[in-house]
Design a protein around this ligand. Structure first.
Ligand code: AG3
Length: 274
């Protein structure tokens, strides 16, 4: 019998992968978690039926959510990641030579456990000497930690379930306060084809607190529409800048991609300009 897993990316569109093995499928305290082995993309982590990461294309997202800000900031020493319990973003952060400490605050420890059990390429980050793992609600953590981070990365799920708060102007204000005076925030802000409302919400919310707000894009085959966006809020440094960057070992990110990622097609520009 053939088994397929389908993410309903819109009410009228499904993205399906052939499954060779179901490795975990259970409800955690916060969400439904599944890990399946797919023929096309290797192991895949899904939360509430939405693809979070796969062995075959995780590097695009994890490089692009981390390295743009890490290379635009002149001294990215203290970095906080909210969400990202699979460890992929943490791996990029602690692998950056300028970083002294990468703190990951994840609400659902079962995501971390799934990564430890099934994604060796991601969970290797947890044992890195610069890494610190905290199981907690990130919104509380940022309120209690003022003016101490150079970069905050929000590696959240979609704005449903535990992640709703992570897309609010109040949360962006708290992140602003948790950053040093020249700090930067990066969030994953969904697909311009299917989630223009989320992009608008993130962009406008960040703009209320940060003097510099910029959107950039990357191509991720397993996410809805394949075209994904990230939004940066910056207190001082303009991320749209030439970088002589750290990119050894990268498969997607390099200095040219850094500059190109901020060049937006007309329909994307209009989402943030309206
Ligand atoms: N977090 C963003 C995943 C969003 C995917 N959305 C979807 N499949 N509808 C990924 C976490 C990886 N560290």
């Amino acid at each position: 019998m053939e088994l397929w897993v389908t993410e309903y990316q819109t009410p009228a569109l499904g993205f399906s992968c052939k499954v060779t093995q179901t490795l975990r499928a259970r409800r955690t305290r916060f969400q439904h978690l599944a890990v399946v082995e797919t023929e096309q993309f290797g192991r895949m982590l899904l939360l509430d039926g939405m693809v979070q990461t796969t062995e075959q294309d995780e590097w695009v997202y994890h490089e692009m959510i981390s390295l743009v800000a890490l290379n635009a900031h002149p001294h990215p020493e203290q970095v906080l990641i909210i969400g990202g319990g699979d460890g992929g973003t943490l791996r990029e952060v602690v692998g950056h030579p300028g970083v002294k400490r990468g703190v990951l605050v994840e609400i659902d420890e079962e995501v971390v456990q799934a990564s430890r059990d099934f994604f060796p390429e991601l969970c290797c980050a947890f044992s890195h000497p610069k890494a610190e793992l905290i199981i907690r609600d990130g919104t509380e953590y940022v309120k209690e930690n003022q003016a101490c981070f150079d970069i905050v990365i929000v590696d959240s799920t979609e704005p449903v379930g535990p992640a709703v708060k992570l897309f609010s102007p109040e949360f962006y204000r708290d992140v602003y306060s948790s950053l040093k005076e020249d700090g930067m925030l990066v969030v994953q802000s969904e697909s311009p084809f299917f989630n223009a409302d989320v992009i608008k919400m993130a962009y406008q919310g960040i703009k209320q607190s940060f003097p510099i707000t910029e959107l950039y894009l990357a191509s991720i085959p397993t996410y809805p529409s394949g075209l994904w966006s990230f939004t940066i809020g910056s207190k001082r440094y303009n991320p749209v800048c030439p970088v002589s960057s750290h990119h050894q070992g990268c498969k997607y990110y390099n200095p040219q991609v850094h500059e190109a990622a901020f060049r937006l097609p007309g329909f994307v520009r209009r989402i943030i300009e309206d």
